[in-house]
Design a protein around this ligand. Structure first.
Ligand code: OGA
Ligand code: MN
Length: 219
């Protein structure tokens, strides 16, 4: 018999929150998506990477290292690494759930660790432009224990025009365990200047296999 992996009730509850948020307003925030025993190994891994690369903005010929838009260091997750795989497996559960609930036809997932050193930021942007990119859903998972109000580095989410009357800009602290999910083409967002070193895993669900390879696309 061929069993699909079982999704725990807690996780299913988080997935329901995500599906509902994406459907109703294009974004969702889930605090404590993972508990400490689950996010700790990801944090240790993120801290231990010693060959982060400076992230660029744009694809292929347009790839630039533009300090006025973005300063961050990235490292792509690798399926052969056990800790990376643990995150990719959770995102695979989410992919199946999104496809079942919202009929998104998501085909694959790619993700990188990101390290924002003190002073780093990523100005307001979209992760995909309509029709030009196959990124459909963005995810950001945070790995920072003890994040305080004075540490900067919040994620600012700018809701779609139609929803703006309902509350304006949303700021999310990059606290360990929090997962943010949003529609890549619709939701502008920004990483505010961080005061402390800030670790996260950013990821994207795509509708088609990448034909470009990992050319460090925007986002
Ligand atoms: C990105 C991004 C947000 C964050 O990598 O595209 O917007 O909070 N990251 O790290
Ligand atoms: Mn982004």
């Amino acid at each position: 018999m061929n069993h699909l992996p079982l999704v725990t009730p807690d996780r299913q509850h988080h997935f329901d929150t995500i599906c509902q948020g994406l459907h109703q307003r294009g974004w969702a925030v889930v605090p404590d998506f993972l508990v400490q025993e689950q996010w700790q190994p990801l944090l240790l891994r993120a801290r231990a990477i010693d060959h982060y690369q400076l992230a660029g903005v744009g694809r292929g010929d347009n790839l630039q290292h533009n300090d006025s838009v973005r300063i961050s260091l990235i490292h792509w997750l690798n399926d052969n690494h056990a800790i990376d795989r643990s995150w990719l497996c959770v995102m695979e559960e989410l992919r199946l759930c999104l496809n079942r609930s919202l009929f998104l036809g998501l085909f694959e997932f790619e993700a990188h660790y990101a390290c924002y050193p003190p002073g780093a930021f990523y100005k307001r942007h979209l992760d995909a432009f309509k029709g030009t990119n196959n990124r459909i859903v963005s995810t950001v998972f945070y790995l920072n224990p003890d994040w305080g109000d004075d540490d900067g580095g919040n994620l600012a989410i700018y809701p779609e025009q139609t929803h703006q009357a309902m509350g304006g800009v949303i700021e999310v602290q990059p606290k360990a365990g929090t997962l943010v999910v949003f529609l890549s083409e619709d939701i502008p967002h920004e990483v505010l200047k961080t005061i402390k070193t800030r670790y996260s895993i950013a990821g994207w669900f795509r509708i088609n296999p990448s034909i470009f390879g990992n050319l460090d696309p925007p986002g």
